[in-house]
Design a protein around this ligand. Structure first.
Ligand code: NI
Length: 437
């Protein structure tokens, strides 16, 4: 079947992101490989699926633009991207996002890329905020209709155009970067025959006139760690009533989120401390019940150590952990087949427990840290706590953004029982390459 192409192309007016609950816009700019890149990205907190799909598609576009200059890495400034409140410059690669749908549980983005002001690509992403599933246009049309709909938009067969939904239920297609050239519209009823069940659900939402139901399950706000230099501060072996509250005070003063790998028996003794950490935006994760070398224990004992700690954390009113850190980083034996969450190792060992002196371990950390890195420290030593302000300021001066471990690894498929060192893709002889991607 050949779709009827509307005589006058309809354009989709973007929705003001500030009018939608849970939506944030973030402007990032920098000059990777001395090539100017600026992005204005719109995130929906609690919808990590579409947030990460947006980041991945932006990363692809940046890599394409940089070409032989090399792959983009979330390097520190001046090579990486940093937050900016400035308008996007007209030169280099610019990427902008428009919210094109926010109704019922459906949320849609149109992303537009231009080089030196000339449109080079545009694409659309949709999510059902109730399930966090992400859909591209190809996921909304049954296979045999894809070519017909692509031709209707004037695009090369085999590539899918931007697909947007107007408020009257018609669909609007755009083949290339230019929102005018190659734009076609297909009226509601004909479009309905081309869309699959998911596409029809989005069409129904678009012309429903109903408000958007934002996701309510945002554990942490999305941070685009593949695009900017992120670092995770992690503190093991607490909570301690003598040192952890002071650390929480420092983190609150600095506005920095961190991750606490807590010992279950300590949680049971001081649940109020982990409750405070959770309330203040930190991640509370599992460091076993009694801090044994888990690799030496039979599987049932490993399972008991981990389950009892999850139970204690939940009993403190804190969400169930999504990460484990094995005591001593010892994750062999029965751990890989028994652990029910991924394991977080570290890329920088501070040796704060040995030195007990920030003057020694802070420079060590600064000498080793890379984007996507995880720093191992302990919140049970006063000398560790008293060094944090200095460490945080030094990392911030270098251009780092602080995130929790779940935020750091967001968008990466992690396996239960597998151990991860940092956010990164490559592995070198010297260990995992923490390139932040
Ligand atoms: Ni430990």
């Amino acid at each position: 079947m050949t779709p009827q192409v509307g005589a006058a192309a309809t354009t989709i007016a973007p929705i003001d992101p500030l009018s939608i609950a849970g939506v944030r816009s973030l402007t990032l700019a920098g000059s990777p490989h001395s090539a100017p890149v600026a992005t204005a990205l719109t995130y929906l907190d609690g919808a990590e699926g579409i947030d990460n799909a947006l980041d991945a598609s932006v990363l692809t576009q940046i890599d394409e633009y940089l070409g032989e200059r090399g792959p983009f890495a979330a390097e520190l400034p001046p090579g990486g991207l940093t937050s900016t409140s400035n308008d996007l410059p007209p030169h280099g690669l610019t990427i902008a996002t428009d919210v094109i749908l926010a109704a019922q549980s459906w949320f849609g983005l149109r992303i537009r890329a231009a080089v030196d002001g000339n449109p080079v690509a545009q694409w659309t992403l949709y999510t059902d905020a109730a399930t966090d599933e992400v859909y591209t246009p190809a996921d909304l049309i049954d296979g045999s209709d894809v070519d017909a709909i692509t031709e209707a938009a004037g695009a090369t067969v085999g590539t899918l155009p931007t697909l947007a939904f107007a408020a009257d239920g018609s669909i609007v297609l755009a083949a290339g970067g230019d929102t005018e050239t190659g734009t076609a519209s297909i009226e509601r009823d004909r479009a309905r025959g081309l869309l699959n069940e998911t596409g029809r659900r989005i069409q129904d939402a678009a012309d429903s006139g109903e408000p958007f139901h934002a996701p309510t399950t945002a554990a942490f706000p999305h941070v685009p760690c593949s695009l900017i230099a992120c670092v995770a501060l992690t503190y093991d072996d607490g909570p301690s009533p003598t040192t952890t509250p002071a650390l929480l005070d420092v983190l609150a003063d600095e506005g920095v989120p961190a991750t606490f790998f807590v010992v279950g028996s300590h949680v049971a003794a001081h649940p109020e401390i982990v409750a405070r950490a959770n309330a203040e935006g930190h991640a509370v994760e599992n460091h076993s019940w009694s801090h044994p070398d888990l690799a030496t224990l039979p599987a049932p004992d490993v399972a008991r150590e981990l389950a009892a700690t999850d139970d204690a954390i939940r009993a403190a009113g804190v969400p169930t952990p999504t990460f484990i850190r094995a005591p001593f980083g010892s994750a062999g034996g029965a751990v890989p087949t028994t652990a029910d969450h991924p394991l977080a190792y570290w890329s920088v060992d501070s040796f704060d427990w040995r030195d007990r002196d920030g003057g020694t371990f802070v420079p060590r950390i600064l000498g080793k840290i890379q984007p996507g890195g995880v720093i191992l420290m302990h919140d049970i030593y006063a000398s560790s706590v008293s060094a944090q302000k200095r460490l945080i300021e030094a990392l911030r001066d270098r251009g780092y953004t602080f995130v929790t471990v779940p935020q750091l690894f967001s968008g990466h498929a992690l396996g239960a029982g597998q151990q991860y060192t940092c956010r990164g893709t490559g592995v070198s002889d010297a260990g995992p390459a923490c390139d932040g991607r």
